[in-house]
Each structure stands twice: as C-alpha cells, then as structure tokens.
Design a protein around this ligand. Structure first.
Ligand SMILES: [Zn+2]
Length: 206
C-alpha cells in the first residue's frame, strides 16, 4: 500500500472509532508503519478531532518520535505507539478512550490486569482458536509523560508476550496488529469483550 493509501486507511479507522463512540472528540490516536528502515510511523496529530480527521492531517514520525513529515504536532502518546511497534513488530496501533475501557481499567487496576475468558468472541484475536482462551489485559498507571514512561510500557509488553492489548488506568485501551485491517479487528473484538465484561459486572440488564 502506498503511504497516501495507508494515511487514508488510518484516517478511516480514526473516524470509525469516533463513530462507534470509542474515540470521541480529540481523544485516542491511531498509527501505521509506513517504513521500517528507517522507521516511518504515520500517526494522527495532537488535538485532531477523530470524527473529522483526514489523511492529509496525519504526521510521520521517526523511531525517536521526531516529526519527519506533516505540519501538525505529533500526539503526546506517540512514544507508546513506538514502544508497541518495537516490542511487538506491529504494523498498526489503535488507542481508544472508550467508556468500557475507562471503567474497567479502574476496576482491574488493583489486580494489575483484566481477565477475559469463556467468550466466543475471543476467537477474533490472533492465535486464539477456542472460547476457553483466557486473555489477560495488563493495566498500567496513567501519566502525562509518555516519553518518560515508554520504558515501563516496553517492560510490560515483554512481561506479557501473549497479550493482544493493554489498558491505561482511567484512560483507555491500546491494541495493535500486523496491519490496519488486523489492528481494526483486534480493536473491534476487544471493545466488544470489554463492553460484555463491563455489562456483566454491572448486573442483569433485562
Ligand atoms: Zn489516550
């Protein structure tokens, strides 16, 4: 896929996440790897409304988070995207501030993570072929200094090599995939599961 095509796909994914209520206003950010050597990461810029962001709004950063193309400021959470790309070899990264990830990250913080098991939808995650799979989404503390905390993110990813995502306390969800379509599938599956777990814990809804 050309870099322009990839930028259009990242913008499409951002608008989809906004439409689903997972990245309202300027919250969340989305990225895709446009080149590996040297690294070029297309990412939604700081302050971009995810409901209207366009391909031309995206910026390109290098492996150190410096802007190499585009006119806007890269997201403050670019360092987390870079950590995921490096630790997991991801080709695309999704970050949402959904209601259920925000609520459950607080509920699960005391345990260090959220266990999700026994649901058919788990089979939408890479390498999972049974509803009996137990997915563990680690929870890390929130911060306003992600550049300083990127080592913590990398260590958490190494400590949980089978995790398909992680939560930031009272903040949101990160997930990723080999490419845009793959990352989008993981986002849809995990957001579905978080809502199911959250609603189940809230009691009967009938
Ligand atoms: Zn965020």
């Amino acid at each position: 896929m050309s870099e322009d095509g990839l930028a259009a796909a990242v913008a499409d994914l951002s608008r989809l996440a906004h439409a689903r209520g997972w990245a309202l206003g300027t919250s969340g950010n989305f990225s895709a790897v446009a080149g590996r050597d040297p690294l070029r990461l297309l990412i939604t810029p700081s302050g971009a409304d995810k409901g209207t962001v366009a391909a031309a709004d995206l910026v390109v950063i290098d492996g150190q988070g410096a802007r190499v193309a585009g006119s806007a400021r890269p997201s403050a959470e670019s360092a987390v995207h870079l950590a995921v790309v490096e630790a997991r070899g991801a080709g695309a990264v999704c970050h949402t501030h959904s209601v259920w990830s925000t609520l459950l990250s607080e509920v699960a913080a005391g345990d260090g993570g959220l266990a999700i098991e026994g649901y058919e939808m788990l089979k939408g995650l890479d390498g999972v072929d049974s509803h009996e799979h137990a997915e563990w989404l680690p929870v890390i503390d929130n911060t306003q200094d992600w550049a300083g905390a990127s080592r913590t993110v990398t260590e958490m990813l190494r400590a949980h090599p089978r995790a398909h995502g992680f939560l930031i306390r009272r903040h949101g969800l990160y997930t990723w995939g080999a490419g845009i379509a793959h990352a989008r599938r993981h986002l849809e599956v995990l957001e579905f599961l978080l809502e199911v777990v959250g609603r189940a814990r809230s009691g009967p809804t009938a």
